[in-house]
Design a binder for this molecule. Sequence first.
Ligand code: PMT
Length: 404
Amino acid sequence: MVDGKKILLCVSGGIAVYKAAALTSKLIQAGAEVKVIMSQSAMEFVSPLTFQALSRNDVFYDTFDEKNSKVIAHIDLADWADLVLLAPATANIIGKLANGIADSMLTTTLLATTAQVWIAPAMNVHMYDHPAVKKNIQTLDDYGYKFIEPSEGFLACGYVGKGRLEEPEKIVELLISYFKQHKQLHNFEGVNMLITAGATREKIDPVRYFTNHSSGKMGYAIAEQAAKLGANVTLISGQTCIKPPKLVKTIMIESAEEMLDKVLEHYDQSDVVIKSAAVADYRPVITYNEKLKKQKDHLTIEMEKTTDILKELGERKKHQLLVGFAAETNSLEEYAKKKLVKKNLDLIVANNVTTEGAGFGTDTNIVTIIDRHLNKLDLPLMSKSDVAIKLLEKIEAMLKEDRK
Ligand code: PMT
């Protein structure tokens, strides 16, 4: 699956550079085209000639050594790559990238590329554990960089612990499965997607409200992946502490009523609507302007139904592909299918929110995707980002089916 892929290997300077040479060879054997950029310190460990011979391509290390006058090398390489692999990644290079420093051939290219960047750190165990390094890794993780964690074992510095560059075979395996996952996804350029995420809040008084456990992680993962694939994404989100995804227009709301208003405002111009938000089904009939005082032993709050936004969208549906979620605690499939039909959906994503690793707040989910023909796809435990990718694959196939 890396056959024909253009991989830009960025090598920074640590003892694990020798493993990057083996990695180059493994990638070439797997059918990839590899170009290599080395930092000055990487060249202290292994000569560029080694990488040149293994990759059968020129090796780049000097921003000002332009080999081809028709192009600017660091921009050309940044645009050329299907994937950039930074291995080994030292604490220094991670720090520079996290802080936007571009002072070499390697760092300028890393900042200039829009390809997915994978980072495989390798360093002394205490360096890897240092709060500054951890903070930089977190920053890059938030920016969407993918990490290949170092493995544990004997380190060249004499310590035993976490810090060894992952084995080249394992890195190639990870890249193969990455490309496999992305193989069917072309792009969603020109597709307007409206996605809802998180929980709504239904106010009782200025200090209290009814809500649920939705963190927004599922909806944000879908929004992020869809935007990466070129969709114009509008995300309507309940209050959450997750950072808004890059390239996504994010609108924050509080109540089900506010979500309804915003969704309807964007509905006509949307091609795909994905309702992963957990919307309150009921709200207090009265919202008090002042804090409700403690009085008797029991308090009764009268509740009234909110509008079922998804059902409303199903009734108004014209050209839109409508995707709902079903959060269930039992009879998952039966209830999900009922919602699919009742709300006039094209797809429903069912999750049992009582299963460990699935549902509210977790980074993972276990879902069953059911389409309007009642075809069913059971997915095992996977990250919410991977669920998002699987869902987008299904949506892409259905959009193609509808265009025929
Ligand atoms: O946010 P996370 O912590 O990552 O958790 C993810 C999740 C569990 C919230 C998500 O995977 C999920 O299941 N979302 C749907 C939750 C839900 O409200 O399910 P439901 O079965 O009650 O509603 C069915 C569908 O109708 C949903 O698409 C919901 O958005 C929609 N709905 C419900 C009520 C209402 N008044 N209006 C709606 O549009």
